[in-house]
Design a protein around this ligand. Structure first.
Ligand code: GDP
Ligand code: MG
Length: 177
């Protein structure tokens, strides 16, 4: 078997300031998750994590959507994405509505037929300022359907669990391998 390990591309989508970059940074600095070997490699402008899944090495590249520069639509058409991580802030109802809109857009454009999506409610550490109840996230995720998790990139809460969810999708979608 030859050469370069396959690359699995995950996109971080969502409104500005919800924590996409903070979560990407946490992914690419975790050095272990539940029994998987990770080796980290960060190059300028790109973030890659290598994971060993059932003795097969895969590279996971995190593509952070520059929301100010490119529409979600243009972004999805430009990059060949394998998994969509759609992030909102539990403090910000507008960002939740936008995440819902992005998931509907992906589903309506048949982009979820052979690819997964994970809805992420970030900033769960700021419970006192919460504006989006957890049930609202669950409800949208059930309806799409996709996975759902609340995280805190700030406290590194549930970030490994989210990465485990990403790795599970790598295992489910071996078409690129
Ligand atoms: P992006 O625009 O979606 O990439 O958002 P950033 O990752 O740049 O984060 C925006 C702001 O939210 C920054 O000031 C982060 O420090 C802060 N932030 C990100 N994640 C969390 C979190 O989980 N909890 C808290 N309290 N702040 C966060
Ligand atoms: Mg960012």
């Amino acid at each position: 078997l030859s050469g370069e390990p396959p690359t699995f591309k995950i996109a971080m989508l969502g409104s500005p300031a919800v924590g996409k970059s903070a979560l990407s940074f946490q992914f690419t600095t975790s050095d272990h998750i539940c029994g998987y070997d990770l080796s980290l490699e960060m190059e300028y402008g790109q973030k890659t994590v290598s994971v060993l899944v059932d003795d097969v090495e895969s590279d996971i590249e995190v593509v952070d959507h520059p929301a100010c520069e490119m529409s979600t639509e243009a972004f999805c058409a430009t990059y060949d994405i394998d998994l969509f991580v759609v992030v909102y802030s539990v403090l910000d109802v507008y960002s939740f509505r936008n995440a819902e809109r992005v998931l509907h857009y992906l589903r309506e454009n048949d982009m979820l037929l052979s690819r997964g999506a994970i809805l992420v409610g970030n900033k769960a550490d700021l419970e006192r300022h919460r504006a989006v109840p957890q049930e609202m996230g669950h409800k949208v995720a059930t309806e799409i359907p996709c996975k759902f998790i609340e995280t805190s990139a700030g406290l590194c809460h549930n970030v490994n669990e989210l990465l485990v969810g990403v790795v599970a999708q790598v295992k489910l979608n071996p078409q690129r391998l």
